[in-house]
Every structure is written in C-alpha cells, then in structure tokens.
Design a protein around this ligand. Structure first.
Ligand code: GLU
Length: 320
C-alpha cells in the first residue's frame, strides 16, 4: 500500500511578481466492505473534507478495506491516516490486549464515535437456528480475518469455549460476499457487526428466506458487565423481511480513529468538516439519523482524543 502521508507536495503558481503556494496533503481513511456502513462513513467524511480542499489543501480518499482490525493495522503501519474501527478493537489495540495480535498501539488516538453496531446473526429459515448456541454444527460464515465481526466472534467463541471445529463449516468470506453465499445455500448463517438498517442485511433478507437470531444469555451478560465497550443492543422488528419482532443482541460502537503521528491540523480540519456540516453528514446514511455531537465525542472512546480533534471540541465548548 502506498503511504500517502508522505506524499504532501507543494504546488506553486507563479502570478506575476508574487507567488501563491498551496500545500496539498493526501489523506486516506480505512473503511470496510463496500456493502457496509463504514464505507459510507469514510466516503461521507471525504466528501465533506474535499469540499474545502481549496482552503485547507487536504485531499481525502476512503477505499474499501477488510474492516476494523485491518484499518487499525494500516494506521499503525503508517499506510493509512485514519479509519473506522469497532469500539472493542479500539480498546484492545490501544491497551495491547491479547485479543489484538498486533501488539500494543499506544499511539492510537480516538477522534469520535459514530453509529451503534449490533452483533448481527442472520440465518436461513430452513437451517433450524433459533439461538446463537444453535450455530454449533452448522455452516457459518465467521468473516474475513481483519474484520471486526471475525474478531468479536472469536472473542465470543473463546468465552463459550467453542473452537472452529464446532462448526460443520467455518467460512471466511468477506462481508460483501456473504449475502450471496447465504442465498446460494453455501452457508446456514452469516455474522456481521454493522449499523442498521444496511443494504447488506436487507439484500440477504429479501432474496433469501432468512431471519435474525438473538445473541443473548449468561455469557453475553457477563461480557457486557465486564467490558465498557460492549452493550446490550436491539435490532428493531420490522426493519428486515422475516424479522418482525425485536432481536436482542449485544453491540459495539463504530469509532473513528487515527494515530498520534498524524498532524493536529489535519485531524482538526477533518473533524471540522464533519461537525460544521453535521446535518448534511447525518443525512448521508439512515444509520446516522440519531447521532448527537455529545454522544459522538464521548461514547465508545477508550484511546485518548487526538489533540486536533480536542482543539475543535474545545472551540465549540463541548469539552473543557
Ligand atoms: N464492523 C465491521 C468491521 O469492523 C464493519 C461494518 C461496516 O462495514 O459497516 O469490520
């Protein structure tokens, strides 16, 4: 991957005797699969940032990636400047918890949180899966390595004492591929930690006779009690075909993160582009509809705030 951060270049326009200098800085935001909500988060942020390129010189791109853990790894390696990551993976990476294999990333910085992401299990109606425990012995897409759902699924499996051998098949398809696999009866169930409503679950539940499966029980209750980055979550009934009742599960928050080594002014301009245009941002995806500034600058953040973000929040009087 190209390191765009070092690609800042100065374009100088000779205008008569004087010269106007415009510094261009390219920034890259890590997202997720194209059918997910992270991709929309990244694309939306870039769209707002790029509207002001003439003033601040930032040029933003937000390519599709493997998801949370891949984004954190890319930021750590200096290959990306910012990215979206689940609140649990922000915590694990910043603290160097054993769940995160990349080692402690003490330079990880929080910018803001975005929408909630329920841990979502969608099963074919003919698969006989009513509860999370019923996944045992079934063909389950546990997700690509690097995705948040794959990591969180492994955390959950660890708590339940399950191994990959407990499934008839544990496939590693990417989020964008799993709806079709469910429809083609290649798997009995798919897993996605994702904001709702989203096109991916919608596609899967309209093209396939499928239903959401609750993820509840003692192990989940303990997980929530012991870890501030997990919380109870509900996917509202009627949102997707085949799931008329509310589905109880647990969830995380999508968070926007960067590294301490990214310039304060860069992070400041990105944060300013989002919050100066907050209504427009919220209108870009239905999962953003209930966002509030207050919750976004506090909820789900375990790494320290990047100073460039803190500067904007102080200016607004949102933090001291
Ligand atoms: N939560 C997922 C992940 O961390 C991504 C969800 C999305 O793309 O919206 O990989």
């Amino acid at each position: 991957m190209i390191n765009f951060r070092s690609a800042a270049c100065a374009a100088t326009l000779a205008l008569g005797a004087g010269a106007v200098s415009a510094q261009e800085t390219f920034i890259t935001i890590g997202t997720g699969g194209q059918t997910g909500v992270y991709y929309v988060v990244g694309q939306s942020i870039c769209r707002l940032v790029n509207r002001g390129s003439a003033e601040h010189g930032l040029k933003c791109t937000a390519p599709s990636t493997g998801g949370s853990v891949a984004n954190i790894n890319a930021i750590k390696a200096g290959d990306m400047d910012m990215g979206v990551a689940q609140s649990d993976w922000q915590f694990y990476a910043y603290n160097g918890s054993p769940q995160y294999e990349g080692g402690e990333f003490s330079d990880l910085r929080a910018v803001f949180s975005v929408h909630g992401e329920p841990f979502t299990v969608l099963a074919r109606s003919d698969a006989g899966i009513e509860t999370f425990e019923d996944l045992k012995g079934k063909r389950v897409n546990i997700g690509n390595p690097g995705s948040g759902q794959r990591g969180t699924m492994e955390v959950l499996m660890g708590k339940l004492g399950w191994s990959m051998d407990d499934f008839a098949l544990a496939s590693e398809l990417k989020a964008a591929e799993q709806s079709a696999a469910l429809g083609d009866n290649k798997v009995d169930a798919i897993i996605y930690t994702v904001g709702h409503p989203n096109g991916s679950i919608q596609e899967a539940s309209t093209t396939t006779d499928a239903k959401l499966v609750p993820v509840t029980g003692e192990v989940i209750d303990t997980l929530i009690e012991e870890n501030p980055y997990y919380a109870k979550a509900v996917i509202p009934g009627g949102m997707y075909k085949g799931s008329d009742e509310d589905t109880e599960t647990f969830g995380v928050k999508a968070t926007f993160v960067t590294s301490a080594s990214v310039a304060d002014d860069t992070v400041y301009q990105v944060v300013k582009a989002v919050f100066d245009n907050f209504d427009r941002f919220k209108g870009l995806h239905p999962a953003f509809a209930n966002l509030t500034q207050e919750e976004m600058i506090s909820g789900g953040l375990s790494a320290p705030l990047h100073p460039g973000a803190a500067k904007y929040y102080k200016e607004q009087g949102w933090i001291e």
